[in-house]
Design a protein around this ligand. Sequence first.
Ligand code: ADP
Ligand code: MG
Length: 483
Amino acid sequence: MSEWKPVVGLEIHAELLTHSKMFSACPVVDSVTAPPNTAVDPVSLGLPGTLPVINQQAVEMAMMVGLALNCEIPPINQFARKSYFYPDLPKGYQISQYDRPLAIKGMLDIDLDDGTTRTIRVRRAHLEEDTGKSIHIDGYSLIDYNRAGVPLLEIVTEPDIHSAEEAEAFARKLRSILQYLGVNDGDMSKGVMRIEPNISVMHKDDTGYRTRTEVKNLNSIRSLFRSIEYEVKRQIKAWESGEGVRQATMGWDEARQRTVVQRYKESADEYRYFPEPDLPVIEVSREWVDDVRSRLPELPDAKRDRFVREFGLSRYDAAVLTAERPVAAYYDAVIAGGAAPKSAANWITSTLFGLLNRDGIERERAGEKIAPERLAALVKLVDDGTINKATGVTVLNEMWETGGDPNAIVQAKGLAQISDAGAIEAAISKVLNENAKMVEDYLGGKDKLFGPIMGKIMGELKGQGNPALIKETLNRLLDAKRG
Ligand code: ADP
Ligand code: MG
């Protein structure tokens, strides 16, 4: 296995969240929930005599992605016709970009679990239109054209990815950037972002690339990961047995967790690309690029670095909190609610994420379970000493179950921390009197008995004592016994 190294390049299709379609004023609708064929017009149906018009919002969104991926935006880009026949493509050709894409030569840094960072080069990003959707039911084939003509951005990497983990990290990072830019909601299960890995393997003695296969239209990061692992193993075996690998377009069989060949080989020639005669080239002035650049929001890496700088978070915590835009927004809202940034980060990444994890709820939906103002209130109750940390965890669990307000829970259950010096001293005296032997042993040198004595006092105070005050008072009373 170690003689071989995976080589992967990704092609990612992302629908753009524009108001209207790529080449007409036809509205874009949610392709899962909208009734079929309710968002169509003569252009997206490819009726004879219609003419396309370029959607400026789509061009600017594509430029934003190009800039976020550190691409060059050439002064001219151009659409081309890519001809193929398929029922969900009513014109018989797709308008795409070919030799003059909108963005080229970019790169994206990905962080791996072992703490290292790698740079993956982005070859190009180009605009095109999505196709309709074929649905096969009971021996019938139905077509929904709502999706036909929806702006689609295709992003292509260089074959710089060398493991399934790296492919996953790239996909997650790209999805995060698209979400931050507000150009795609990243919901792969709905098909708004689809990934196609090109996969080959390289032997340690090789001086060039070997034949690759391409796995079409994956709609989850898990299937991206699994299909790469599967294909790499399959190809290594095929080379080692002497059988070799044939260039092929494959599908991922989710049920059987394996790749299956769809067709062998296909080349650009078969698409008979030529410049789209019905559209002008797009001239991109430097002023336009600068204007779009100035409208870019803060992106995940910059936000992470700012959280480290401004709030003193660890790089790891900051990365976790900024990986998904909704999570970063949740954290921002907790701080806006008055919680100290560092405490808020701890409560979210440890306790709250723990609960989300346990119940299989996605992090970006945290706010539906615990409103950010309520988490802020809880963090404040702990930080100002009203309740201690352990009680805080209990209260958060209660909030999780009932959606209740932390102040109300603390009041109703009488959980407020006991910081009254008299009450604490009384509890300590009681414990010291009832455990004379333990106290004697402690004073005789068994230092490790301090913890258990603390524990008994906390028990006496029903877990609600102020730990710092107990510790301080206990030390004072024990010192007094030493005489
Ligand atoms: P085209 O589709 O125009 O022929 P390429 O085949 O060069 O373009 O690249 C398509 C995708 O396949 C890119 O993401 C590229 O990085 C990737 N790729 C190219 N060669 C290999 C290879 N030998 N192994 C894995 N991926 C590859
Ligand atoms: Mg392609």
